[in-house]
Design a protein around this ligand. Structure first.
Ligand code: FES
Length: 435
């Protein structure tokens, strides 16, 4: 069964809250009960604001239950890129925001036990030593210690690994469910539409001073052009028992490489990535790796996840679009959703309470869209729309592809997914398809 180790540890994550059954008014409505939504609601409540979460299914039932749960400011080889593209002030803001997020998780973990462990993070490369050295130089510029390990303890040869010290890992659903119990949550309450400051659900209307879209892929994605400025990536995880121990969290600098971390007695191997709706290595690739390097290990869990990727590698956090100042969004964490969610919670709280944040410009969803990735996204959508035959996606009508590893129908345009019976598994589609 496709079940993450986190899902098993807290029985799926629900906090047993009833759906909304009447009209309500609140200071802030957060749509989505994953890590970004719950942290935002928790932060808002701390300011004295009245805040509710409307979750379409149950708390933690979306992407959060399938993360590998690394809490780190080391996001691949991003700092060299930000320095080159946006300069040192932007790179320092990014680093400080995510370092602060680690501290925030550490503090919360002292009140809400969630298997938080301090670990070093490493980004390794199979063959590109120069890329690691460029990133190490970026660390130096930003005042970070940069240690290049020549022979990291991985089961294959590498060109080295760059260390970022004092990062962390945890069990995300343990923290998420504990925090969700502290805020007002309506589970099984999908928001059908939003009209100004009012969200419509099956059980009643929610009128709010501020509305946050924390639904992974924004539920409003045509105004705001999110369907052009996001694409989704699918990746896979297996959890192995009786594998050799590993200290630290390791990630390949390539988007389709592998990641390694431990949780209790398990070794978690991630990878097999591909753009959603396309072919990729999937579980078979990970099982092949396990067979090659730790043949005596036994697979205890396997699961897959889906990430929203942005045009420039930085998330979209802030006001959703021009002309709707009460509507906010947190999305596009580019596979770094734990620290990204914590940064989002702080930034959105500051915008709502004080009207501004020093991070507003850096993460603005309204920043320039001009990039090579934009044209790739457009080309991919055009190809999906023009492909003949079916079945067709309920979002904008692209031809769906069969994901044989997971027995689902996946959309190559914006990443919606449907089960064998046509029910929606992953948005942006809001309704199922006929099978
Ligand atoms: Fe947009 Fe399928 S997800 S057309």
């Amino acid at each position: 069964m496709n079940l993450s180790v986190w899902g098993e540890s807290v029985s799926g994550g629900s906090v047993g809250r009833a759906p909304l059954s009447h009209d309500i008014t609140t200071d802030a409505l957060v749509i989505g009960g994953g890590m970004a939504g719950v942290l935002t609601a928790y932060r808002l409540k701390q300011t004295g604001m009245d805040c509710v979460i409307a979750e379409a299914q149950t708390v933690g039932s979306g992407i959060t239950k399938n993360t590998t749960a690394k809490i780190t400011a080391q996001h691949g080889l991003l700092y060299a890129q930000i320095l080159e593209r946006l300069g040192s002030e932007a790179a320092k803001l990014y680093l400080d925001a995510h370092t602060q997020a680690i501290g925030d998780f550490r503090e919360l973990s002292q009140r809400y036990p969630c298997d938080f462990e301090e670990k070093n993070a490493y980004v390794y490369s199979i063959s590109d030593r120069a890329a690691l050295e460029r990133e190490a130089a970026a660390y130096h510029k930003l005042g970070l210690a940069a240690r290049l390990e020549e022979t990291p303890p991985l089961p294959f040869p590498t060109a080295g690994a760059l260390c970022m010290e004092h990062q962390a890992q945890f069990n995300p659903l343990k923290l998420l469910t504990a925090l969700a119990r502290e805020v007002t949550v309506y589970e099984r309450t999908p928001v059908r539409s939003i009209d100004g400051r009012t969200a419509v659900t099956d059980g009643g209307k929610i009128t709010a001073g501020h509305i946050v879209l924390a639904t992974h892929y924004p539920m409003i994605n045509i105004p705001g052009l999110y369907f052009l400025k996001l694409y989704q990536h699918r990746s896979y995880v297996i959890a192995l028992e009786d594998a050799p121990p590993l200290d630290g969290m390791y990630v390949d600098e390539r988007q389709d490489g592998h990641s390694f971390r431990t949780y209790q007695n398990l070794l978690l191997i991630g990878g097999g990535d591909h753009k959603s709706g396309k072919e990729g290595g999937g579980f078979a690739e990970l099982r092949g790796l396990a067979q090659q390097y730790c043949p005596l290990a036994k697979e205890r869990f396997h699961w897959a996840t889906q990430d929203c990727m942005t045009l420039d590698g930085l998330p979209y956090i802030g006001r959703h679009r021009a002309g709707s100042p009460q509507l906010y969004v947190a999305t596009g964490f580019n596979k770094w959703g734990m620290t990204g969610s914590m940064v989002a919670a702080r930034l959105l709280r500051d915008l709502m309470v004080g009207g501004k944040s020093e991070l507003e410009t850096l993460f603005s969803p309204r920043r320039s869209m001009l990039s090579g990735q934009l044209f790739k996204n457009i080309a991919s959508s055009a190809a999906g729309l023009l492909s003949v035959g079916g079945p067709r996606c309920a979002h904008m009508g692209c031809k769906l592809h069969l994901n044989s590893a997971e027995k689902t129908w996946d959309c190559p345009c914006h990443g919606s997914r449907f089960d064998e019976d046509g029910r929606v598994i992953d948005n942006p589609a809001k309704r199922g398809i006929k099978r």
